[in-house]
Design a protein around this ligand. Structure first.
Ligand SMILES: Cc1cc2nc3c(=O)[nH]c(=O)nc-3n(C[C@H](O)[C@H](O)[C@H](O)COP(=O)(O)OP(=O)(O)OC[C@H]3O[C@@H](n4cnc5c(N)ncnc54)[C@H](O)[C@@H]3O)c2cc1C
Length: 593
């Protein structure tokens, strides 16, 4: 029987010109389309998890060419090196794997093409540690979310990263919504997600005091949490480095030599590397890396998500991460509040099958006390389009004013956009190489990647050690230290503690960023860390100067000056982020230095 018959039939309806065949045990699509939506539709129609490993969708978009970021750096620093493990990608997946691997005496090298770690999705997301109620039980998303969620509290304690487990809330507005919630509570019990229950309005107010007037209550899920995703990625990376791993920024993988199912060498902008094992954790580029390694069975189709950031003054509107029940979101849009039981049953089925691709736009109380509103979910051919569009922001606000009744436009201080990396199967691809022996794929890591990363790290490092043990003796790293010391964050300390620090180092008494209360001493600490990035954005990501109400209007020149002095470089050599991102072009008014 032709396994492709049904898929071909479905695709003929979309466009009879699309060529369908089998490659690498996957459905292989080729052709050219004028409309990007047709390409996405074709990829979705080609999914057949029962008979194929995945969908390789190589249908071209007519006239489309994306120029993606490549570091300007070009040297021979890494030429000829032969690490035991080469990790491609310094997002939360890559750094979590590096840290786990550093529990072993191994030569670990991580390459990140961006100017800092977390240059991809790991810096631009909601930071929610998900409960995972909406993932199908047999999916990798469910498995790693479940295990990762359980690991977070200890991990955050060891790495001194902010983490608050205040739960997640799904708000209900209609009595009939209690029926699908009842099914979800039952489902939660079955899959061992703890403590999920329906709370009436008064009970829910203990967790969320500012729920809207019309809400009748909601589903409360106590195992949900919130972290700082950048800080977690940084801490995992710093701890890996402290335990012996090496991380190289501005370092991009450009190609591979593969012979008889083995990667022989990896070509980078810093020379050719000869790793024994490669781990592909390249986010939205993971399918390209898998292709270089002749191990591709999937396609990443980028999906943008924008979040709105409010002033801390508006942070009180939400205490957990809270969304409208997905059934009410669609109904509310469709018929302005009128209920529909049949629609609900359909949406509940979708929710439990994992087919709904975003957990719904919601409100999040960030660990920095701001409120995040979003994200939305927009398919895009651009892997690195982090622009923010006015219509989308307007759409997000229009939807949220319903649950954030007191939200005003003037509460908004910033927006950001991240790009998710879904496959057409809408599940993670975390597996050993199939067609190439010395690669491990960590791909399709869309949401809940922040939650899942620690657990993914455990499995991947175990497979890596198993693989390397076939060729060499791999022994535990006896001096592995799971702790990473967070440098003092003055604004979180009591008056007495602050005074103690300032007495020891007067630089802690010099406030550079007034909005976020960041001192000169903290900036110097960040410039002395094991993973320092001496750029304006490097400091901004680590300490938040420039992320407050004034968005850097006051502190930018001061931060630049501190970097210049500490690094002993002229002010005009201080960059925003990449080596070519100049902030100032030279001296004015007759200055000579
Ligand atoms: C808007 C939004 C909201 C989200 N909210 C949540 C949430 O609340 N909770 C949650 O759990 N998850 C959330 N997610 C998902 C989460 O952000 C991702 O799953 C996670 O960050 C993926 O991490 P990663 O390390 O796999 O990929 P990335 O963080 O994208 O890292 C991949 C890295 O590889 C590098 N790279 C790529 N190609 C190369 C190359 N050739 N050479 C060297 N380096 C390369 C990139 O520069 C990048 O830094 C959200 C995502 C988005 C976009």
């Amino acid at each position: 029987m032709d396994k492709l018959r049904k898929i071909k039939k479905r695709l003929r309806k979309i466009d009879p010109q699309i060529q369908v065949s089998e490659k690498n045990g996957s459905v292989f699509l080729q052709g050219e389309e004028k409309d990007y939506r047709t390409i996405i539709q074709a990829g979705q129609a080609a999914v057949d998890k029962k008979h194929f490993l995945g969908v390789i969708n190589d249908i071209k978009l007519a006239g489309f060419e994306e120029k993606t970021y490549e570091p300007a750096l070009n040297d021979k620093e890494l030429d000829g090196q032969s690490p035991d493990v080469l990790i491609i990608g310094g997002g939360i997946s890559g750094t979590a794997i590096a840290r786990e691997l550093s529990k072993w005496k191994l030569n670990i090298m991580l390459l990140e093409k961006g100017p800092d770690i977390a240059s991809g999705a790991s810096k631009a997301n909601g930071g929610v540690i998900h409960v995972g109620i909406n993932f199908p039980k047999n999916s990798l998303k469910f498995k790693y979310n479940y295990l990762g969620n359980k690991m977070y509290s200890k991990l955050a304690e060891n790495l001194e990263v902010p983490f608050q487990q205040k739960g997640q809330v799904m708000l209900c507005f209609h009595k009939w919504e209690k029926i699908p919630v009842w099914f979800l509570v039952k489902h939660a019990k079955k899959v061992a997600i703890p403590g999920v229950e329906f709370l009436n309005k008064e009970e829910l107010k203990k967790h969320e005091p500012f729920i809207p007037q019309e809400a009748i209550g909601g589903m409360y899920m106590p195992s949900g949490g919130i972290t700082s995703p950048f800080e977690m990625t940084l801490a995992l990376g710093e701890n890996a480095v402290q335990n012996g791993a090496k991380i190289y920024l501005n370092s991009i993988v450009k190609g591979m030599e593969v012979k008889d199912g083995t990667i022989i060498s990896v070509l980078t902008n810093r020379g050719t590397i000869y790793p024994k094992l490669v781990i592909n954790a390249a986010g939205v580029f993971a399918d390209q890396i898998a292709d270089m390694a002749a191990d591709r069975t999937f396609t990443i189709h980028p999906r943008r998500g924008t979040d709105i950031v409010t002033d801390k003054k508006a942070g009180y509107m939400v205490s957990t991460s809270m969304a409208k029940a997905p059934f009410s979101i669609l109904n509310y849009q469709k018929d302005k509040g009128k209920s529909s039981f049949f629609k609900t049953v359909h949406l509940l089925k979708e929710a439990l099958s994992g087919k709904n691709h975003t957990k719904g736009v919601g409100l999040i109380h960030s660990v920095h006390q701001n409120m995040l509103i979003g994200p939305n979910a927009i398919e895009t051919p651009y892997r690195e389009d982090t622009s923010t569009y006015r219509e989308e922001v307007d759409g997000i606000i229009a939807m949220q004013q319903h649950i954030a009744e007191n939200l005003k436009r003037s509460d908004i201080i910033a927006y950001f956009t991240g790009v998710r990396a879904p496959t057409y199967e809408e599940d993670f691809v975390v597996r050993k190489g199939i067609f190439t022996s010395n690669i491990i794929e960590v791909a399709g890591i869309q949401s809940p990647g922040i939650t899942a990363a620690p657990a993914i790290g455990v499995d991947v490092s175990r497979w890596a050690v198993d693989y390397l043990s076939l060729k060499q003796k791999v022994t535990p790293n006896g001096s592995f230290d799971p702790h990473r010391k967070r440098t003092p964050v003055l604004k979180d300390l009591s008056e007495e503690e602050r005074e103690k620090y300032i007495k020891r180092n007067p630089d802690y008494g010099i406030i550079v960023c007034r909005c976020e209360e960041v001192s000169k001493g903290e900036i110097i600490d960040a410039l002395s860390s094991p993973l320092k990035v001496a750029t304006l954005d490097g400091i901004k990501q680590r300490l938040r100067p420039g992320m407050g109400r004034c968005q850097g209007g006051f502190c930018t020149p001061l931060v630049m000056q501190i970097i210049a002095e500490h690094e002993k470089i002229p002010l005009q050599d201080v960059k925003k982020s990449t080596p070519s991102s100049f902030l100032v072009t030279g001296l004015t008014k007759g200055e000579t230095k």
